[in-house]
Ligand binder design. Structure first.
Ligand SMILES: Cc1ncc(COP(=O)(O)O)c(C=O)c1O
Length: 492
C-alpha cells in the first residue's frame, strides 16, 4: 500500500468514527423517534459528502451494536431498545440561566406551559379547548389543498399585514357579523389574539408606563403587558363590565377590555360605560384594546355591537380570533387598528415573524367567501348552545341554590361560585376532582394576585364546555357533586 493509500484509509476511518458517534447520539437521544427510519446510505453519503462505503461501514457498526435494524431494501430503522429512558438525574443542580435580558427576568416566574390534560378524565371542564368533532375537517382540508395548488405566492414571502384576499374576506365578515366598518389597510392578520396583544404591548408600552386591565381578566393579557415592564392597574368589573368610575383618575397608556363578554365573569359593558371609557381614552390619548374573542356565541342575549366605531376617531384597537369558532390550533386572529397605527403594526408584525402562514390564510379566506365559515359558526353556535343547556341543567339539578352561576348568556364557559366552600379549598377540590376523574379549574389565578384574597372569599370555578359531549358533561357534574360533598365533610 502506498503512503497515499494509507493516508486516505486513515481519513476514511476518522470520518466514519465521527459519523458513527453523531448518529449514535442522535438515535439514543430520540431524534429519530422510537422506531423511526434513518436516511438511506446513499442519501446520507450525498448529504455528508462522503463515500457510500463510509456510511455503510457506520451502519454496519450500529447494527452490530444493536442500535439499528436493517432490512433488505428498506432504510435502517432505530432498534426499540436503543433509546435511553429519559429520566434526568434529579440529584444534579438545575442549570440557572446567566446574563438575561430584563424581559427574560420579567417572564422568568411565569410557569411554562405544560399539558395537564389527562386522557383518563371522564370530563375536563378546561376552558379553551373545542370538540374535535366540531372541526369541519373535510372542508378545511379541501380549502388548504386548493390554497396550496393555487396560491400564487406560495413559494414567496407574503404581505406582513396578511394576504389581500383574507383581509377582503374579513372586512366583509366584520361588517356582516359585527357591523364593524373599516378600511382594508386597517386589518392586520396575526397568529391568534395572543400575537395581537403582543404587538400592542410592544408598540404601546414602556417599562415606566401603566396599563389598565380588568380584574379578574384573561391572564395571558395581563402577563404579556406586564412583560414589557409596565405596571398593571387592575380595575374591578361587575355585571356592566369594567367599572369606568374607577378608571377616571388612572393615568395609563392603554386599557384592555372584553366589553362584549367580560372574561371570565361574563358581564356586558353598558353603553354609558362604553362612552366613559372612550372619553377617558380620548382625554389621555390612550388606546383601548377591545378583545372580542367570543362574540360569535350569544344565546339568550342580542349581539352587542363592538366599541370600535361607536365614536368617530376613537382610539380603539379591535381584536378578533378564529380560536373559538374553528380551532385554537390554527393560530389565526385579526386586528383592526386606527389609521395612524397601520404602518407601525405592519412593521412590527414583519419584524416578529414576517407574516402568518399564507396557505392557511387562503383557506380561511375561501371559507369566508363561500359562506362556509358563517354556516360553520351557526352550526357550532347551536352545538355549544346545547352543551351549555346540558351543563346548566345538570348543575341546577346537582346543586340547586348552593351555587351561583355567572356569565352563562354568551361564550363557551361559565363561572360557578360555591356558597358553602371557601376559596382556600380550591386546591383540595381540584385534587379530589382529579382523583375522581374530572378536570376542574379555579378562577383565582385570573385575579390580580394583589387583590385576590379580597375578591374571592368563595370558591369559584371556570367551567368550559365546548370540548365535551352531553354524557361527559352530565357525568362530570355528578362527580363534581361527590367532590363537593366529600370536601364539605372533610373540612368540617
Ligand atoms: C379573553 C380571551 N381572548 C383571546 C383568547 C384567544 O386567544 P388566541 O386567539 O390567541 O387563541 C382567549 C382564549 O381563551 C380568551 O379567553
Amino acid at each position: 500500500m502506498s503512503q497515499f493509500e494509507i493516508g486516505a484509509a486513515h481519513v476514511q476511518r476518522m470520518r466514519a468514527r465521527r459519523i458513527y458517534e453523531a448518529l449514535k447520539d442522535q438515535i439514543v437521544s430520540g431524534v429519530y423517534g422510537k422506531d423511526g427510519h434513518l436516511p438511506s446510505s446513499r442519501s446520507l453519503a450525498v448529504e455528508l459528502g462522503v463515500s457510500r462505503t463510509t456510511v455503510t461501514v457506520v451502519y454496519e457498526q450500529l447494527l452490530a451494536e444493536g442500535f439499528i435494524d436493517v432490512r433488505q431494501g428498506s432504510r435502517p430503522r432505530v432498534a426499540l431498545a436503543a433509546i435511553a429512558p429519559s429520566s434526568p438525574d434529579k440529584s444534579l443542580p438545575r442549570p440557572v440561566p446567566k446574563r438575561l435580558s430584563s424581559y427574560a427576568s420579567r417572564i422568568r416566574d411565569i410557569a411554562p406551559w405544560s399539558d395537564t390534560r389527562d386522557s383518563r378524565f371522564v370530563a375536563d371542564f378546561r376552558y379553551g379547548d373545542l370538540a374535535p368533532s366540531d372541526f369541519p375537517n373535510a372542508i378545511w382540508k379541501r380549502a388548504v389543498n386548493a390554497a396550496m395548488a393555487k396560491t400564487p405566492e406560495r413559494l414567496a414571502y407574503g404581505d406582513p399585514r396578511g394576504s389581500h384576499r383574507l383581509r377582503m374576506a374579513l372586512q366583509g365578515y366584520l361588517w356582516r357579523a359585527r357591523t364593524l366598518r373599516c378600511d382594508l389597510d386597517q386589518i392586520i392578520v396575526v397568529n391568534g389574539s395572543q400575537q395581537g396583544l403582543d404587538l400592542c404591548a410592544r408598540l404601546l408600552l414602556d417599562p415606566d408606563h401603566r396599563f389598565a386591565i380588568e380584574n379578574p381578566c384573561y391572564a395571558m393579557a395581563r402577563q404579556i403587558f406586564a412583560s414589557t415592564g409596565a405596571t398593571a392597574v387592575s380595575i374591578e368589573v361587575d355585571r356592566d363590565g369594567l367599572n369606568t368610575e374607577l378608571l377616571t383618575d388612572v393615568d395609563a397608556r392603554l386599557a384592555y377590555v372584553t366589553p362584549s363578554h367580560q372574561f371570565p365573569l361574563g358581564g356586558v359593558m353598558s353603553i354609558s360605560r362604553r362612552f366613559q371609557l372612550l372619553e377617558w381614552a380620548r382625554r389621555l390619548e390612550a388606546y383601548v384594546i377591545e378583545d372580542d374573542y367570543d362574540s360569535e356565541y350569544r344565546y339568550d342575549i342580542k349581539p352587542v355591537p363592538p366599541l370600535y366605531g361607536l365614536q368617530e376617531g376613537c382610539n380603539v384597537i379591535y381584536l378578533g380570533t378564529i380560536s373559538k369558532t374553528l380551532s385554537p390550533m390554527l393560530r389565526i386572529g385579526y386586528l383592526v387598528v386606527p389609521p395612524e397605527l397601520q404602518a407601525l403594526f405592519a412593521t412590527a408584525k414583519q419584524l416578529t415573524d414576517r407574516h402568518t402562514p399564507v396557505a392557511d390564510q387562503y383557506a380561511l379566506a375561501s371559507l369566508i367567501e363561500a359562506g362556509a365559515y358563517e354556516a360553520h359558526v351557526r352550526r357550532v353556535r347551536r352545538l355549544n348552545g346545547e352543551r351549555r343547556e346540558t351543563l346548566l341543567n345538570a348543575l341546577r339539578l346537582e346543586f340547586g341554590n348552593s351555587i351561583v352561576i355567572e356569565g352563562a348568556d354568551a361564550g363557551l364557559h361559565i363561572v360557578v361560585w360555591f356558597r358553602e366552600l371557601s376559596a382556600q379549598l380550591a386546591s383540595v377540590v381540584i385534587k379530589t376532582g382529579r382523583d375522581a376523574g374530572i378536570g376542574l379549574h379555579s378562577i383565582a389565578s385570573l385575579y390580580d394576585p394583589r387583590s385576590r384574597d379580597a375578591q374571592t372569599d368563595r370558591l369559584g370555578l371556570v367551567m368550559g364546555y365546548a370540548a365535551l359531549d352531553s354524557r361527559r358533561i352530565e357525568r362530570g357534574v355528578q362527580l363534581l357533586g361527590d367532590v363537593v360533598e366529600k370536601t364539605l365533610r372533610s373540612s368540617g
